[in-house]
Design a protein around this ligand. Structure first.
Ligand SMILES: Nc1ncnc2c1ncn2[C@@H]1O[C@H](COP(=O)(O)OP(=O)(O)OP(=O)(O)O)[C@@H](O)[C@H]1O
Ligand SMILES: [Mg+2]
Length: 451
């Protein structure tokens, strides 16, 4: 797989959770700002009412301003938090009554109402100021009334609203995050279920996927199914090709060999006979190489898709011994099978047979006449041993002999392609086992196929 792996589920989860977090914060800020505005408007309205009633209490008599401070003007400013209230009355810029320094002139000589938030007496206060022109003779009087109130009650209300908004936002976030987790999990579930179903299949199971999937996934399933169909077709094709090719290469070679041998009988000239002999040898080499290459291809192919069946290793060996005894007898060799009862394992019989045939074939090729080749089948550990009484594997090369096309120094002019041990090793590994080559002390080679 190329590139950095990303998780759809993680991406979906984080996007949804991120969205929920942004919404929750936005909600909190909007509620807070709005609440602040409303609360401020409430306080301003009361301050305005108080100002008006103070202003209404002022009269101008003989050019002097007289005020009888109405109790109600201050009572309406009472709050639960006992906010402090300050006031001041100015005629023009001159303080008539109230707190000095609460407001500074000069005041506008035209009627006006203004609100401001300022610091006074060590606290933050909301200040309202009303200027009116009172008609009087000889000259009208400009009167400014100011009322200020601390903001403790307002801050308390705001705090309560903020806490509630935060709680509500938090609860919304938790709920949304839970839903995000659930949504992303349930969205991705069909994908992982499909992957699991495909992964659970056996290596040769190339049936199309038929489970119901969300519509977004169906193009993937369609491509997967078409890939499976093509794969299955090409597997079947290569299987038949291997068998066919083996047959087609060996048969004509065998015919050529027969003709060459017949000709050899008829010619007398030494140089012609030598030429024919090397021709026969070349045919043998080619035939052997073709056979081993095809066997190797078959082993690789079947090993990739191992089809295990219950097989009796002793049965397989006995069959091989029976089949190869005539070959052994030509060299005065004796094939001996040693086994106690059947040894049953889960394996691919064709592969096992191929591996053991190669091991016996080696023993027959590389051991001297009139000796014995032993085939032992053990059940604990499950293994097939093929031992001979020859000179053993060339010690210096023993580690490389099972590599492809590797022949030993002792191979001399025996016909071979260097693939036999490779095949045996691949078979062992396909079954989760290994091939071990050892030389016996008193002489002889032993190849052990552990399964
Ligand atoms: N029983 C044995 N005794 C001694 N040497 C052996 C024995 N079996 C294998 N060898 C050595 O290991 C080499 C590799 O064996 P391998 O079976 O892979 O190839 P090969 O026999 O030469 O060719 P082929 O592909 O036809 O089997 C042989 O060339 C030989 O040198
Ligand atoms: Mg061999």
């Amino acid at each position: 797989m190329r590139g950095r792996a990303t998780s759809l589920r993680r991406r979906l989860t984080w996007t949804l959770i991120g969205g929920a977090a942004v919404l929750a914060v936005l909600f909190y800020l909007v509620v807070r700002t709005y609440a602040q505005q409303i609360a401020q408007q409430g306080q301003d309205r009361i301050l305005e009412a108080s100002l008006t009633s103070l202003m209404d209490a002022a009269v101008v008599r003989d050019g002097e301003v007289e005020v009888d401070l109405p109790y109600a003007a201050f009572a309406m400013l009472d709050t639960a938090a006992d906010d402090r209230v300050f006031y001041a009355m100015h005629r023009g810029d001159m303080l008539l009554t109230g707190y000095d320094g609460l407001v500074e002139g000069p005041f506008d000589p035209v009627p006006s109402l203004a609100f401001d938030t300022v610091g006074f007496a060590g606290a933050e206060v909301r200040l309202a100021r009303l200027t009116r022109v009172l008609p009087a003779s000889p000259a009208s009087v400009v009167l400014t009334v100011s009322v200020a109130q601390t903001r403790d009650s307002l801050a308390g209300t705001l705090w309560a609203i903020s806490v509630n908004a935060a709680l509500f936002g938090g609860a919304f976030f938790v709920l949304a995050a839970g839903m995000a987790l659930w949504t992303s999990r349930s969205t991705v579930r069909p994908l992982s279920q499909m992957a699991e179903a495909v992964a659970r299949r056996g290596p040769r199971d190339l049936r199309p996927v038929v489970r119901a999937v969300p519509t977004e996934l169906s193009p993937l399933v369609t491509s997967l199914n078409s890939l499976m169909t093509r794969l299955s077709a090409s597997l079947t094709q290569s299987e038949t090709f291997i068998a066919e090719a083996a047959h087609r290469v060996r048969t004509p070679l065998a015919t050529v060999r027969t003709h060459a041998e017949a000709t050899l009988m008829r010619v007398d000239k030494d140089e012609n006979r030598a030429a024919l002999r090397s021709m026969i040898r070349a045919i043998d080499e080619s035939s052997r190489a073709a056979g081993q290459l095809l066997d190797h291809a078959m082993v690789t192919f079947r090993g990739d898709q191992l089809e295990r069946r219950n097989v009796d290793l002793v049965g397989i060996c006995r069959e091989l011994v029976d089949r190869l005894t005539p070959v052994a007898e030509m060299k005065d060799l004796e094939l001996v099978l040693r086994a106690e009862g059947p040894v049953e394992v889960q394996a691919d019989p064709i592969l096992i047979q191929n591996a053991v045939r190669n091991l016996i074939d080696n023993a027959l090729k590389y051991s001297p006449p009139e000796s014995e080749v032993r085939i032992e089948v053990g059940s604990d550990p499950v293994a097939i041993l093929v031992c001979d009484e020859g000179a053993g594997f060339p010690a210096a090369q023993i580690a490389e002999l099972s590599q492809r096309f590797q022949r030993g120094a002792n191979a001399g002019d025996t016909v071979g392609s260097g693939l036999g041990l490779t095949i045996a090793q691949d078979v062992a590994e396909a079954h989760g086992g290994r091939l071990e080559l050892v030389n016996i002390k008193g002489g002889g080679a032993c190849a052990a196929l552990y399964l």
